[in-house]
Design a protein around this ligand. Sequence first.
Ligand code: ADP
Length: 324
Amino acid sequence: ASPLDREQMQGLRGIREFLKVRTSYDVLPLSFRLIVLDNDLLIKKSLNILIQNGIVSAPLWDSRNSTFAGLLTSTDYINVIQYYWQFPEEIHQVDQFRLSSLRDIEKAIGALPLETVSVHPMRPLYEACRRMLKTRARRIPLIDIDDETKRQTVVSVITQYRILKFIAVNNEKHTVLLRKSVKDIDLGTYSNLATATMNSSVLDVIHLMVRHNISAVPILDRENHVLNVFEAVDVIPCIKGGAYDELAATVGEALSRRADDFGGIYTCGMEDRLDSIFDTIRKSRVHRLIVVDDESRLKGIISLSDILKYVLLFGEEDDSIRAV
Ligand code: ADP
């Protein structure tokens, strides 16, 4: 192996060790707010609460049994939309659905139920990462259990972004060793990319995301220049107030509804190195990187899970784990 390879491996091992000696709890800021939604809430109302609070996900609480009832994410709304389009005659019922009906909706449309994984906040962060990769979850709830009463408490939710940012901020001595390029390590996806245009309908893009099990679709012009990225969370403002008919609108119209504080999209080139990607993660709220050529034409996509997977699993002996 070249010195570059050796240092890369040294950096990766350093990060893995770090993740094993830190807990999920360590990732949390000193003070934060947590919005937990009651499972009995109408789905329609939950949308407004998310929008008003500027969040895209929330843990659900079953107050009858005092238990954690799963995580509400944009995937749930996408399921409701699919349900609506499969059973349009039930529009009035759709309006009356509560968050507790989400699992039934999943079943009705034949969606694979998402496994509700959680971790204890004091377990090693490495474990939370492995569990996220295994279940393909983009976020994981931290659930504490009282020793005596056995009662659950939702402590917080950590996302892949938060974990990568935690690595970037606290591990510069290891991330600087990651000097191999995106191309060298084959980071991301470069074939069968799901893309759309500004004139595609929101509904078409939703179907595309469901079919590919992805949460973002690059929006291209005729020459494959990247104009924008439509994200699963962009459907939330589209269906505010139960306006499911508006999904026939174009992507262009939908994107104009983004909040003013939208962070923008991030791009990189094939020659960019992983250390510089960690710099970007350290400085900005990145959800994925769109890989482009010198003329801004689409080459590929690097999701946060691609990065997390590489950081945790590259060069590990146990191949069975890599396959998950
Ligand atoms: P995201 O949340 O951005 O969809 P995931 O981590 O769920 O990311 O992505 C799963 C896999 O799909 C990743 O390997 C990623 O590179 C790939 N991927 C993401 N977006 C697309 C797309 N639009 N077309 C094809 N593959 C994609």
